[in-house]
Design a protein around this ligand. Structure first.
Ligand SMILES: *Cc1c(COP(=O)(O)O)cnc(C)c1O
Length: 364
């Protein structure tokens, strides 16, 4: 609240690219070792910017998982691309890197790995494929802020990385996000795109004496008031991360017994991934069991929820995309998954209540 007051009263500047925006992007550049970080109005918008900057054209194909949020697809649909959905791995719920190559055609322009639950995709394999076929890689790291693949921050491995600071994510500014890239050749176009197609960023730096319309653009810069809110969160990033991991590890340890009995499955984190406890989910036998369990949890006063309905089976997914290969895991695994309460202010006592309720459920 102090920082918001500072933005409003002291700085007297709540439009975009004020002092708090600069602090947030510099912090991320340093902490995530990213050459460029531009704060945006959402992860959806960071994805839209990526699709534009990657030169996606009508008729191009973009490979992505079907088990993801709609924005992963929307950003490319806006450029006229077709979404080609590839099956997920049942262990991480991430795109199956071994099934991508078969989905590549003459029209393929990009791969969009989504780091589900902040657990990294197998990026070495994906980057090798991208290199072999000359494709762009756009990481949907909406859930992967402060999570790593072999020590590299998610969002800094592909050509572009997209973060979300939506209220439901680990670090929040209400609505917001960031676009990351490592190649400075994109900087000028990205700045123009973000500032309504003008060279206003150059003007603010004193590099030109007036700004004009130089290319297509939109408005992707958030208010500095929102950045002030985010700045307070970034300052406490390690504290927030530690607390979330504590809850995650608590669930993981306490629910191991149910997993040993074969009643539930627990999330898997590969050795190459350092996750950020964005989410704790379990998987049960089938859809019917999950429905019963969700109702039961609700009766206990605990909100546990399912997650994505696979995009290829949605109305828009059928219009704008196709599934390549066989849907072995996407639908099946999505129907078995439920998420447990996971947020910063959740106490271990409360998490303990969740565990007890799950242990007392009789119909696994
Ligand atoms: C939350 C989320 C988004 C969208 O983020 P916004 O900042 O709300 O636009 C995109 N992709 C994934 C995987 C997400 O979880």
């Amino acid at each position: 609240m102090e920082y918001i007051l500072e933005a409003v009263q002291k700085n007297g500047k709540i439009c975009g690219d004020g002092p708090f925006t600069k602090r947030c992007s510099s912090w991320m550049k340093e902490h995530f070792s990213s050459k460029e970080v531009l704060l945006t109005t959402s992860c959806t918008h960071a994805l839209e910017m990526s699709a534009y900057l990657a030169g996606i054209q009508p008729g191009d194909e973009v490979i992505m998982p079907s088990y993801t949020f709609v924005s992963t697809a929307d950003a490319f649909v806006l450029r006229g691309a077709t979404c080609v959905f590839v099956d997920i791995r049942p262990d991480t719920m991430n795109i199956d890197e071994t099934k991508i190559e078969a989905a590549i055609t003459e029209k393929t322009k990009a791969i969009v790995p989504v780091h589900y639950a902040g657990v990294a995709c197998e990026m070495d394999k994906i980057m090798a494929l991208a290199k072999k076929y000359n494709l762009k890689v756009i990481e949907d790291a909406a859930q992967g802020v402060n999570a790593y693949y072999k020590g590299k921050a998610l969002g800094t491995i592909g050509d572009f990385g997209c973060y979300s600071f939506h209220e439901t994510k680990n670090y929040s500014m209400g609505e917001g996000g960031a676009l990351l890239f490592q190649d400075e050749k994109y900087l000028e176009s990205a700045e123009i795109l973000r500032e309504k197609g003008t060279d206003r960023s150059k003007y603010f730096r004193g590099q030109v004496d007036k700004y004009t319309w130089v290319n297509y653009g939109s408005s992707y810069l958030p208010s500095d008031m929102n950045a002030a809110y985010l700045w307070a969160q970034l300052e406490e990033a390690e504290k927030i991360n530690k607390k979330r991991l504590e809850i995650w590890n608590f669930y993981h340890e306490k629910l191991a017994g149910l997993a040993e009995k074969g009643w539930i499955e627990q999330p898997f984190v590969p050795d190459y991934a350092t996750h950020n406890a964005h989410m704790y989910y379990i998987k049960v036998k089938d859809l019917e069991t999950r429905t019963k369990l969700l109702d039961y949890m609700k009766e206990q006063g605990i909100l546990s929820v399912f997650h994505y309905v696979p995009l290829h089976s949605s109305k828009a997914g059928m219009m704008f995309g196709r599934f390549h290969g066989e849907d072995v895991y996407t639908t099946r695994e999505s129907e078995r998954l439920l998420r447990l309460p996971m947020y910063y202010s959740l106490s271990l006592e409360e998490a303990g209540e969740v565990v007890k309720a799950l242990q007392a459920f009789k119909e696994y």
